[in-house]
Design a protein around this ligand. Sequence first.
Ligand code: SF4
Length: 298
Amino acid sequence: MACHYCNNEAYVYLPYAARELCEKHFSKLIESRFSRSLREEGLKPHAKVLVGLSGGKDSATLLYMLKKLTSKIPLSIVAVTIDEGIANYRSKSVEAAEKLCKELDIEHVIVPFSKEVGKSLDEAMEDNPEPACGYCGVFRRYLLNKAARDLKADYVAIGHNLDDAVQTVMMNLLRNEPSRIARFFKPLSTSDDFVPRLKPLIHIPEKEIVLYALSKGLVFDDGECPYANRSIRYDVRVLLNNLEDRYPGAKFRILRSALSIVESMKFEPVKMKPCSICSMPTNNDVCMFCSMKEKLSK
Ligand code: SF4
C-alpha cells in the first residue's frame, strides 16, 4: 500500500481517517498535532519547561518532540523522573529515562518517593487494601509541582495522550465528578506556587505515540505497572478500546465533546492557600500530600 500523500510505502493505517501514511507524513501529522496543542496552551519562547519523564513511551516522545522544537523556539528543558519504588517495574523505566536524557543531552533529576514520602509505594501498599493509584497520583502530582517550583520552571509538561484524556473523562462520568473532568483540561484553582501544566499529546492516540517513538528509535520502557490492572482506569481503557474498534474515531469525538462542554462551563478560579504543614498550594488547610503521608505514617 502507498501513502495517501506520496508514493512511499505506507507505515501506518489510520482507521478513523481511512488512510495510509508513510513514515514521513505520519511524523508530520503527529508533530503538527503536538505544535498545535502547544500553541493553544500558550507556550512562550524562552520558557523553562520541566518534563515529567517516567521513561515510558509517552513521556519519551514528549521529551524528544520538545527537544526537536528547540530548533525553532528557544526553550530550556529539564526532565524529572518520580521514582515511586515499584519493584520489577520502575527501576527499568528510570534506567530508560536516564539513557534517553543522555542521548538528548538534557538535564535529568530523579525524585524518589522514599525520600519525600518516607516510604516507597510498595511499602505504603503492604497490607493496605486501598487502590495504589489514589496515593501514587497525588504524590506524583505534588512532587512534580514541588520540583518545578524548586527548579524555577515556567511549565510542567505531562505526557498524557488521547487515551489518557478520554479515560479520565469516562472515569469521572462514572463517578459523577464533572469538576474533575474540567480540572483535567484547565486549572480551577490558582496560586503563584502552582506551575501551569502543558499536555501537548492529548490529541494523539496511544497507538500512534508507540509507532512514532519506534520510528524515531527512542529509548523507552514498555513495562506495565503491577498496580494498573487493579484500577477503574484499566476497565475504562478496555471499554474504550472496544468502542474505538467498532466505531473508529470514537476517542477523538469524546475528547472534542468534553472540551466543548468544559469550554461552555463557567468557573471562577479559586485562590489556593499555603498548606499549614508544607506551605505548598492547596484548597484546604492541609494539602492531600501531607494528609496521605500522615495517614501512611500511622
Ligand atoms: Fe502509579 Fe497507578 Fe500509574 Fe502504577 S498505574 S504508576 S500505581 S498511578
